[in-house]
Design a protein around this ligand. Structure first.
Ligand code: HEM
Length: 449
């Protein structure tokens, strides 16, 4: 008898959930907005628990479908959540830049008390973001980049030694691991003021923690799913998704550097120094200085946002160069010529002047954008220009970078690796917002460079 009651209860609950989700899938219809109908119970997503592809391909497919139907933008559903997708580069420009005042944040639902390291530039919104952004702007200037160039070169020496060693021993190179160590050393040095020695010391604390931060954990998959698909649940259930040992490690690293520098009156040209100077300035001006945890959070985002993005870009770039000998030869010639002109040295200005290198990197970022989508949350009701479509406050707005970067209209034969697409004579033939590897507008990190 109990079993029968349980079955009836489960059937009623399942019917209720099914009807509730189906009801949610009428959202765009009811608002008379251009949209794609939900494909299944999961909306316009594949079942996230069995698909091997994931959200970036769901968004690309929706982008392609909206474009095929002749829409410049349109609604879709991520499970039960209605979201709006921008397809046309001019609409992307409105959302990211021109009408930024409506789309200032990314819709973070993270509980910072549970995850203090997550209270950083990428997640902050509104006034706290603005004020942090203004404080950190000096970090992103080309002058600062120039100062850090010597660090980049110095970190390259142990990398070259390791590559030479492996070649001598006739061993194969795990290029992802090699550029991973290089990037760890660069970011460890620039953002934490540490010498990480990833090549000499495979068990270095920084290298171990780098692996822990980036290795996929089930909790991260759940948090990512809830963030976009059921954000209300994240607000109610404050998950701790940055493990305690990682939190302790990064806060401890900043504490040690701070004490070492102030104790020994040491100054360096790095990000930590900018944060420490800000702290001193706030004290001198009688303002509330940043806490150690707040400083650690800003360094942490440099690590999280900078590590995977830079190391995968280098890896894919080398992969493409290996498969495209003509591109490799052309690039090698440019590098040799530039070095000859600069007394045999690789200089900051020399690198910045290499146009073909710029094309190679831009083409790598087109084919393999490390962040394949951009997202914003609408702060207040917003009516799209020349339409009757109003996005209600709270609506998530997405841009599929992958969709734009593989659009045949802007990139004929998009699978082909062709740095020429980014040479001066070609790059102006398509809209600027058709290439968005770093995002755009005030929330693009390099906007102030
Ligand atoms: C190939 C390298 C990189 C790529 C492709 C990349 C891509 C991106 C993208 C797409 C965004 C979102 C922009 C938007 O929403 O409009 C972003 C934001 C951000 N990135 Fe990067 N990034 C790279 C390297 C780095 C590095 C090296 C750092 C730090 C050292 C960094 C720090 C940040 C920060 C702090 C933000 C948030 C800015 C804000 O919201 O104010 N990124 N990045």
């Amino acid at each position: 008898m109990v079993l029968v009651e349980l079955i009836i209860f489960a059937a009623v609950a399942a019917t209720f959930v099914y009807c509730y989700i189906k009801r949610s899938h009428k959202y765009w219809d009811e608002r008379n907005a251009p949209h794609l109908s939900a494909k299944s119970f999961w909306g316009n997503m594949e079942n996230p628990f069995i698909t091997k592809k994931g959200l970036k391909y769901d968004l690309k497919n929706a982008h392609d479908e909206l474009k095929r139907l002749g829409y410049k933008h349109g609604g879709i559903y991520l499970f039960k959540q209605p979201v709006y997708l921008c397809v046309d580069p001019e609409v992307c420009k409105l959302i990211l830049t021109k009408d930024f005042q409506y789309f200032g944040g990314r819709g973070s639902t993270i509980d910072y008390k549970t995850n203090p390291l997550a209270e950083h530039l990428f997640n902050l919104e509104g006034e706290p973001w603005r004020s942090m952004r203004v404080k950190l702007t000096p970090t992103f200037t080309s002058g600062k980049m120039k100062q850090m160039f010597d660090t980049l070169l110095a970190c390259g020496i142990p990398m070259l030694d390791r590559i030479e060693e492996l070649i001598q021993q006739k061993k194969s190179l795990d290029i992802k691991e090699i550029v991973g160590c290089y990037t760890t050393d660069v970011i460890g040095s620039c953002a934490f003021g540490l010498e990480c020695n990833s090549f000499k010391d495979p068990n270095s604390e920084f290298r171990k923690n780098r692996r822990n931060v980036i290795s996929p954990r089930p909790i991260l998959v759940i948090v990512a799913f809830l963030r976009f698909v059921m954000p209300a649940v994240l607000k109610i259930l404050p998950f701790k998704f940055i493990p305690q040992d990682i939190e302790d490690f990064f806060i401890g690293a900043i504490k040690n550097v701070t004490e070492h520098r102030s104790g020994n009156k040491i100054r360096r040209n790095d990000f930590v120094q900018i944060l420490l100077d800000l702290q001193e300035k706030a004290k001198a001006d009688g303002q509330e200085p940043m806490t150690l945890t707040e400083i650690a959070a800003q360094s942490f985002v440099f690590f999280v946002a900078g590590f995977e993005t830079s190391s995968t870009t280098m890896t894919f770039c080398l992969h493409e160069l290996a498969f495209n000998q003509d591109v490799q030869d052309k690039l090698r010639n440019e590098i040799r010529k530039t070095m000859q002109e600069n007394g045999g040295k690789l200089t900051y200005d020399g690198v910045m002047g290499m146009k073909y290198l710029d094309g190679v990197v831009n083409e790598t970022l087109r084919k393999y954008p490390p962040l394949p989508m951009l997202f914003r949350k609408c702060d207040r009701d917003y009516t799209l220009k020349d339409t009757n479509t109003t996005l209600e406050a709270g609506t998530n707005v997405f841009i599929s970078i992958l969709g734009l970067h593989y659009d045949e209209e802007y990139y004929p034969n998009p699978e082909k690796f062709a740095p020429e697409r980014f040479m001066d004579e070609n790059k102006h033939s398509r809209p600027q917002y058709a290439h968005l590897p770093f995002g755009e507008g005030p929330r693009n990190r390099s906007r102030y460079v």
